[in-house]
Design a protein around this ligand. Structure first.
Ligand code: CP
Ligand code: NVA
Length: 298
């Protein structure tokens, strides 16, 4: 049984196959079937893109809040997973602890898709490389390009670093001291084949890069650290000055939601080099590609 908990659950050629499927007509692989979508955290893009991807594949999406099933309260993650697998062709889950999706995958009779955990956001990363492929003329044109991530060393940064390397891209990560990715996470990015540079200097990270990416400074579950983080991330806002250091055709990406005036200025988010809206739309296309691939490789 194949699952998608992090991008490196796939090989580079499998990532490529999903990107190709994302642009192919939607086959009815979920006709008469359902997909359970469990959310422990809020969502705009992931819930809507997944629900619509399932519909486009002929299936029925069923979104569930954790309190509705009592995840690890009313019954265990394992018992919920085995039960949902009896009704649904696949299970998606957005969770705090990454171990929850790992526990699901261990006991699940159907593919499990990580819709964001504290550690990883693989569906986002697939949409991100799809967006850059669109921008730069195809997946083959991603090789030897550079993406810089400026901000918090979080779930989005980790998955992006892995996906970038699998597509032959270089990855530069600029975080304030104390907010970087862990050594095991960095090792995992390198193991994916990524040419990785780690720095605490945003200007160094973006110099000549083809894309700059940022994300909120306080992820879901870290909201109480927002004030401390605002101080720690001073100087890490993606603004026009930082954008001017990119390659001439360099673009701006953000997984959204954005906190304008914090990790990115309003001018950059709304500027001519921002690709955040096609990137958000690509969540649906990339999700559809991933679901088709998983249904074909159960
Ligand atoms: N980018 C993303 O995952 O957005 P949501 O949290 O709204 O799903
Ligand atoms: N890093 C953010 C991503 C939101 C899509 C979070 O986990 O809240």
């Amino acid at each position: 049984m194949r699952h998608l908990l992090e991008v490196d659950d796939l090989s580079p050629s499998e990532v490529r196959a999903i990107l190709d499927l994302s642009r192919a007509p939607a086959p009815a692989v979920l006709a008469g079937r359902g997909m359970a979508l469990l959310f422990e955290k809020p969502s705009v893009r992931t819930r809507n893109s997944m629900e619509m991807a399932v519909v486009q594949l002929g299936g029925h999406p069923l979104t569930i809040r954790p309190d509705e099933v009592g995840l690890d309260v009313r019954e265990t993650v394992e018992d919920v997973t085995r039960t949902l697998g009896a009704y649904h062709a696949m299970i998606g889950a957005r969770v705090f602890e990454h171990s929850k999706v790992e526990r699901m995958a261990v006991c699940s009779a159907v593919p499990v898709v990580n819709m964001l955990s504290d550690d990883a956001h693989p569906l986002q990363a697939l949409a991100d490389v799809l967006t850059m492929a669109d921008e730069f003329g195809g997946v083959d044109e991603l090789a030897d390009r550079t993406i810089a991530f400026v901000g918090d060393g979080n779930n989005v940064a980790r998955s992006l670093g892995i996906a970038a390397g699998m597509c032959g891209m270089r990855f530069r990560l600029a975080t304030p001291p104390g907010y970087g990715l862990s050594e095991p996470d960095l090792a995992r990015i390198v193991a994916a084949g990524t040419d990785l540079v780690v720095t605490d200097d945003p200007a160094e990270a973006v110099a000549g890069a083809d894309a700059v990416y940022t994300d909120v400074w306080a992820s879901m579950g870290h909201e109480d650290e927002a004030d401390t983080r605002r101080r720690a991330f001073d100087g890490f806002t993606v603004d026009d000055e930082l954008m001017a250091r990119l390659a001439p055709e360099g673009i701006f990406l953000h997984c959204l939601p954005a906190h304008r005036g914090e990790e990115v200025t309003d001018a950059v988010l709304e500027g001519s080099r921002s690709r955040v809206w096609p990137q958000a739309e690509n969540r649906m296309h990339a999700a559809r590609g991933a679901l088709v691939w998983l249904m074909e490789h159960r």
